[in-house]
Design a binder for this molecule. Structure first.
Ligand code: IDP
Ligand code: MG
Length: 139
C-alpha cells in the first residue's frame, strides 16, 4: 500500500469540548505522522470552498455556520493507506450510526457537529491539502 497524505480537521465542536488532544492521540496511536498543522478560524470563503460538493444540500448553510464558528485544527497526516484508514477511525458521518471505538462513535452524537473531517479519496486529499496548506508549511 502506498504512503499517502490526507487532510484531517479537528472541527470547532471538538476544540470547544477540549477533545483535540484525544483525537490527535488516536491518530498518532495508529502509527500515522502529522506532517503539517495549524489552528485557524475558517473564513466563510474557505468553508464554502472546502465543502463545495455540498453546496446544493439543504444543510449547507448550517454546515458553513458550524465550520466557521470557532477555531479548527487543520492537520496533514501521512502514512500507508492513511486516507481510508482514517475514514474508518473517524467513523460514519452520522454519529448515531458510527461504531463504538471510532472517534464519532465514542465522542459525538449528532450532525453537523461530528468532531472530525477526513478526506474521502486520493483525489479529495490532494485537493484539500492544497486548499488548506502551502507547500512550505508541510514537512
Ligand atoms: P463526511 O464528513 O463523513 O465526509 P459528508 O457527507 O462529506 O460527511 O458531509 C460533510 C459534513 O456535513 C459532515 O461531516 C457533517 O458535519 C455535515 N453533514 C452531513 N450531513 C448532514 C445533515 O444531514 N445535516 C447536518 N449536517 C450534515
Ligand atoms: Mg465528506
Amino acid at each position: 500500500m502506498a504512503v499517502e497524505r490526507t487532510l484531517i480537521l479537528i472541527k470547532p465542536d471538538a476544540v470547544r469540548r477540549r477533545l483535540a488532544g484525544d483525537i490527535l492521540r488516536r491518530i498518532e496511536s495508529r502509527g500515522f505522522t502529522v506532517v503539517g498543522g495549524k489552528l485557524l478560524t475558517v473564513t466563510r470563503e474557505l468553508g464554502e470552498e472546502h465543502y463545495g460538493e455540498h453546496r446544493e444540500k439543504p444543510f449547507f448553510g448550517e454546515l458553513v455556520e458550524f465550520i466557521t464558528s470557532g477555531p479548527t485544527w487543520a492537520l496533514v497526516v501521512e502514512g500507508e493507506g492513511v486516507i481510508a484508514t482514517m475514514r474508518k477511525t473517524i467513523g460514519a458521518t452520522n454519529p448515531a450510526n458510527a461504531e463504538p471505538g471510532t472517534i464519532r462513535g465514542d465522542l459525538a452524537s449528532s450532525m453537523p457537529d461530528n468532531l472530525v473531517h477526513g478526506s474521502d479519496s486520493p483525489e479529495s486529499a490532494q485537493r484539500e491539502v492544497a486548499l488548506w496548506f502551502s507547500a512550505d508549511e508541510l514537512g
